[in-house]
Design a protein around this ligand. Structure first.
Ligand code: ZN
Length: 179
């Protein structure tokens, strides 16, 4: 069972994403990324400095960073991309975006989702996904650092980590939650 994910991503989707190796190196140097998980595509254990880079809210919750013996959920990372073209990463919690042209919610957006645009049935406008406000419930980018088994709002990256990621040259990084 997964409670959700915290996802970090470069917000300037027009810019080329860093290579997988460059991204992994920065995350490893920051202590966020540990060993690759055998058999997992782009999956890694959390590194030794993980809890210094990701701040958990509330009263020191118990965070499982190692695979539990019973095979239960634990916090780990999955690197997505880089992709040649930006894409939308969304989940069950993603709310309908507002049409940038008419301001109405595109309730059936999932049925009208193209490669990089969404069609508004109300006014007929084709809007770029990059122009839609996803309000922290989805992200449009060329690479993503997914930190799994985090409840939406439960944890945030520290500013220093975001600054290190920005040093990769793909613009400023932000984050959102999936569940
Ligand atoms: Zn519209």
């Amino acid at each position: 069972m997964s409670s959700g994910s915290l996802v970090l991503f470069p917000q300037e989707a027009a810019l080329e994403a860093p290579t997988f190796e460059a991204l992994a190196e920065v995350l490893r140097a920051a202590g966020v990324l540990g060993s690759p998980i055998a058999g997992g595509e782009g999956e890694f254990l959390a590194g030794e400095g993980f809890l210094q880079q990701i701040t958990f809210m509330g009263c020191s919750p118990f965070i499982a960073l190692e695979p539990p013996a019973d095979g239960g959920a634990f916090c780990h990372l999955r690197l997505h991309g880089p992709y040649a073209e930006p894409r939308l990463l969304w989940g069950r919690n993603t709310r309908p975006p507002k049409c940038p042209a008419c301001g109405r919610r595109i309730a059936d957006w999932q049925q009208h989702l193209g490669a990089d645009a969404v069609h508004c049935a109300a006014c007929g406008a084709e809007s770029r996904l990059a122009d839609c406000a996803w309000r922290g419930h989805a992200g449009f980018g060329r690479c993503f650092v997914e930190i799994r088994n985090i409840f939406p709002g439960e944890a945030v990256p520290v500013d220093r980590l975001l600054a290190r990621l920005q040093g990769l040259g793909a613009g400023p990084w932000g984050w959102f939650y999936l569940s």
